[in-house]
Design a protein around this ligand. Structure first.
Ligand code: MRU
Length: 347
């Protein structure tokens, strides 16, 4: 089962808002509807929203009434802006949209229907490659996991955050599939609870041993020596290795460093943004305060109480032991080794 896929003229995706209670699917037929599904987190996770946006571009091409390539490109540019604005931090979204725009503007296609077909094929390729890349990252990353290890994980980076298999949880899955006896502590990940709702749902189904912990318990378990390694995902990695990930990642990195616990992010090269020198340049999405005060429609404080809700934070590269990519594990110095990984060198 894929998190996002093309389905007979539309995009079918797991509606992640209803998990873990019910497995529901959404089917979208316009680029605008796909943008809304990304904004309201029907689909979420950097690689999954990249694939969804690619299918959104394919839908924009199908739905455009254009009868010239120039008009089709104008329509595609409008949809590209709408899709990219849906969530600004995860670079996979812009990466996928720009990839399809580059095909459209390459000058190679003279007939609008040919371009429509090629864009759909390209979107399908992005989705297929995501699965293959995740399984490669899983194999590289599993080398970091010792028999009997307890892994701390933040947010959701599994099948649901990707087209299938996952990034950091893909490493966990690969280690489990190799027969290693492992245990995972899952940060619940407030305010949207991707850890307790989504990661626990996935590990439960896969039969991987886990406990959900309050986000605030991570330091306690580190101090007791119960955590061997921290694995997280990334929404955007800058050229120097600083990276944006779900809010709370930064404090985990500092605590891991204080306890000399290895700390890795697992991210495909499509998440690496070499155009940014450091994490200070990564835009951070600030979401609506009611996600904090009224999670999933359940008020926990009176409606006039104030809240702030940054969705991501930046972890400086000095706290990172390494970055697991599909081309191997990048270690310091990140500025040279990330460039090599993006160029396709095997690290
Ligand atoms: O806000 P979300 O749920 O989309 O945030 C997801 C994360 O922060 C993940 O760690 C990241 O996208 C990498 S997942 C493969």
């Amino acid at each position: 089962m894929r998190t996002v896929e093309w389905d007979n003229g539309g995009v079918k995706m797991i509606d992640q808002r209803s998990l873990p209670w019910t497995l529901e699917f959404a089917r979208l037929e316009t680029a605008e509807a796909v943008a809304e599904s990304i904004q309201n987190m029907t689909v979420r996770g950097a690689p999954a929203i990249g694939a969804a946006a690619a299918f959104g571009m394919a839908l924009a091409a199908r739905n455009s009434p254009a009868d010239s390539i120039e008009q089709l490109i104008r329509d595609l540019r409008l949809s590209a802006e709408t899709l990219k604005a849906a969530r600004p931090t995860a670079v996979n979204l812009a990466w996928a949209v720009d990839k399809l725009l580059a095909i459209a503007t390459s000058g190679e296609f003279k007939r609008v229907d040919d371009l429509r077909d090629v864009l759909l094929t390209a979107a399908q390729q992005i989705a297929d490659e995501d699965v293959a890349i995740n399984s490669r990252m899983g194999r590289h990353g599993a080398r970091l996991i010792d028999e009997g290890a307890t892994i701390l994980h933040h947010c959701n980076t599994g099948s649901l955050a990707t087209v299938d298999y996952g990034t950091a949880l893909g490493v966990v899955r690969a280690a489990f599939e190799q027969g290693k006896g492992i245990h995972v502590l899952l940060d619940e990940t407030r305010p949207r609870l991707q850890g307790s709702r989504l990661s626990a749902w996935e590990l439960d189904q896969q039969g991987i041993s886990y406990d959900i912990i309050p986000d605030t318990a991570a330091g306690y378990y580190m101090s007791k020596g119960e955590i061997d390694i921290v694995l997280v995902g990334a929404d955007r990695v800058a050229a120097n290795g600083d990276f944006a990930n779900k809010i709370g990642t930064y404090q985990l990195a500092i605590m891991a460093a204080a306890h000399a616990i290895p700390f890795y992010t697992v991210a495909p090269t499509s998440t690496i943004d070499l155009s940014l020198c450091s994490g200070a340049e990564i835009p951070i999405e600030e979401r609506a305060p009611d996600e904090v005060t009224t999670p999933y429609g359940n008020p926990i404080v009176p409606p006039h109480f104030k809240a702030r809700n940054p969705a991501f934070d930046i972890t400086p590269h000095r706290y990172l032991s390494g970055i697991v990519t599909e081309n191997g594990i990048a270690r310091p110095p990140f500025d040279t080794n990330l460039r090599r990984a993006v160029a396709g060198d095997q690290l």
